[in-house]
Write a protein that binds this ligand. Sequence first.
Ligand code: FES
Ligand SMILES: [Fe+2]
Length: 361
Amino acid sequence: MTSVYRVVQSGDVRSLGINPNHWYVVARSINVSNKPVTVTLWKQAIALYRDSMGIVHALEDRCPHRRVKLSHGQVIGDELECAYHGWRFNSFGECAAVPYLAENQKLPNCKIRHYPVKEQDGFIWLFPGDVEMLHITSPLQPMGLLEWENLNYIASVAIINCNAHYSYLIENLMDMYHGHLHQDYQAWASAELQDIHEDDNCVDVHYTAQSYYKIDKIWSISQLFFPALRRLHPEPLDVSYIYPHWASKLGQDFKIYCLLCPVNETETKAYLVHFTSLNSFWRLHKLPLLFRKFVKDSLFGSAKKLLDALVRQDVLMIEEEQQAYLQNPEIKNYELNRALVSVQRLMKSQVNSLTTVQQEL
Ligand code: FES
Ligand SMILES: [Fe+2]
């Protein structure tokens, strides 16, 4: 382990905004239907709904008539109808109909914001930033989860709701020395930071560690339920902050993503997606696709209980950190993990780059 010893100047990180020029995750696909739902991404209430073709749209969740939430309303064909007086809005946020419009009256020329959305890998990705960025030669794309459709990976999803700034969650996920907290759930052990690579969008941290699980036999998945079957063995542990999301890999068997939806300075929602690899089972790969799909679907969620338990432990710590900060923002933390210095640098530079772009415009 390195002898780096730093005091994290946390003050401004804990009230940092977000760089909106990225794709954020605002919902799971299965939770969006033709019944509108409201989500909040960095203080903006957004109504999500599916039109008659099943395509997802995102409108500012505020009727311009009396400023109530449009998500109380209903979808009529391809339009979102407000619950209060029945004004309807198309997917561009334009007022398309008013039920009591007199013959001599024109439709009000009001418009609400609509957001670019994409449905990909089981989630709804939303771009809250400058739409011009999506029209350049190499437009920004959602991070994506390569394993979501891959028949060799079993997925589990846990939802994180924590009353804390997103920086606390990312720092928790990047600091693998906190395996100490999860000892009773045996997630990983003996992490040692080896190296860090960082650029304008990403911090990659490589640790060596010990894993309790090895997925190399057909019954291996039962290790998730029976601790007695687990054996500690060395595995590389790689974690990446790919702004604004997080990804990790423990050996060849596990990949985990954390997809962020920061709500405000003291509230963060995120989706933890865990994949167990079936790559070792070459016999399974020769079976008919339909059967493999059946196996993948039947095992969906098998790690959820474990994930939920880990999330509960993490959220307790993260929320206490936030409370301690709010009570005494001037007190600095002591930090030994230099990965967190890189992480904070990336958070700040992402938000500062935005200020530079705005000043140039
Ligand atoms: S408040 Fe929405 S139609 Fe009147
Ligand atoms: Fe954790």
